[in-house]
Design a protein around this ligand. Structure first.
Ligand SMILES: [Fe+2]
Ligand SMILES: [Fe+2]
Ligand SMILES: [Fe+2]
Length: 327
């Protein structure tokens, strides 16, 4: 990231905020993917801020959630300024060794903290914005200390060669794995599509809060599916991956970066279509799993999609009644 970055006009401000946003989207994925790739309840460390023994995996997910809120803060601000919020992302990487991922996470935190702390405002006076950047930098510094503590603990315990879960070599031949991966991709796309419209229509809380709720539900589904993949002997995939030279993989497109809804009606129509597609997929996959934990979880997720179907259908019908076309 370019630093120190100087903001001398609105164009530079927009560019800066979108660079920050593309970073935040990337890490909101990267950390969570790193966490999903490591075992639950195995790597405990003493958290330097919370003063408690915590599971590195769980805390890495929490940090990923912080990053998503940073992304939303920046996205909402861009919308307020009348600018388009980018849904592109920086590169997301996953290395084979757990500790290498944590080291990358720590390095990223230090870079972005500096990007927020060292920005120079010239001729643009916006104390609240400057404050926001300092507040986010403070979060990033906390994250950096937390990742550092995780790394030091793994080193002290001689766990530097521990590996992430690896993809199941049979995945292409197994219908269950193939379909869970497909559903992961749809859940991810729909979660971010809702966020896109949540930001785009943030001038009114009624629509944006409802879309936000749906987005969070789909993110939870994605989280649960990552756990199901581990149970099935697989691991969550990076979307559009390319191999890294020394092992591991990377992607510049972990989620779609464009969504078709240009106004309320189009947005509601398209999310309704997304829900229908997802419902079909869940209905199709249930037959592949016997009674048990995985099937119950998938059923719960299908049920929530049915709730969303109801909500989105009503939002659309109501918008058709009241909102003039083109809005
Ligand atoms: Fe952040
Ligand atoms: Fe961070
Ligand atoms: Fe949904």
């Amino acid at each position: 990231m370019e630093e120190p970055y100087t903001i001398q006009d609105q164009e530079a401000l927009t560019k800066y905020l979108n660079l920050a946003l593309e970073h935040e989207w990337a890490v909101s994925f990267e950390y969570v993917i790193h966490a999903y790739s490591m075992p639950k309840g195995k790597y405990f460390y003493q958290d330097p801020v919370m003063n408690l023994q915590l599971d590195s995996r769980a805390q890495t997910i929490q940090i990923g959630i912080d990053e998503m809120y940073h992304a939303l803060q920046i996205g909402l601000l861009l919308q307020q300024l009348g600018r388009q919020a980018s849904f592109k992302t920086d590169v997301v990487k996953r290395y084979p060794k757990i500790i290498d991922n944590l080291k990358r996470d720590k390095m990223t935190e230090d870079q972005v903290a500096a990007f927020y702390q060292k920005v120079k405002f010239e001729k643009v006076d916006d104390p609240k914005l400057q404050n926001m950047l300092l507040n986010m930098a403070a979060d990033e510094l906390r994250h950096s200390r937390q990742f550092q503590a995780m790394i030091e603990t793994m080193m002290a315990q001689g766990l530097i060669d521990d590996l992430c879960y690896s993809p199941n070599p049979e995945a292409e031949k197994r219908e269950d794995l193939k379909q869970v991966h497909e559903i992961c991709q749809l859940e991810n796309a729909l979660a971010h599509e809702y966020l896109y419209y949540m930001i785009k229509f943030s001038e009114h809380q009624d629509l944006s809060q409802r879309l936000f709720k749906n987005s969070i539900n789909h993110m939870r589904h994605w989280d649960k599916l990552a756990g199901i993949l581990v149970k099935l002997g697989d691991v969550i995939r990076l979307e559009n991956p390319e191999p890294l030279e020394h092992g591991g993989e990377q992607t510049s497109k972990p989620m779609p970066d464009e969504y078709p809804g240009k106004n309320r009606l189009e947005a509601l129509e398209h999310t309704l279509k997304g829900e229908k597609e997802l419902i079909e997929k869940y209905q199709g996959i249930l037959g592949l799993f016997p009674e048990g934990d995985i099937r119950s979880q998938l059923q719960a997720q299908l049920a929530l999609c049915l709730e969303h179907l109801y909500t989105q259908q009503n939002l659309l019908d109501n918008a058709r009644r009241i909102i003039p076309p083109g809005n």
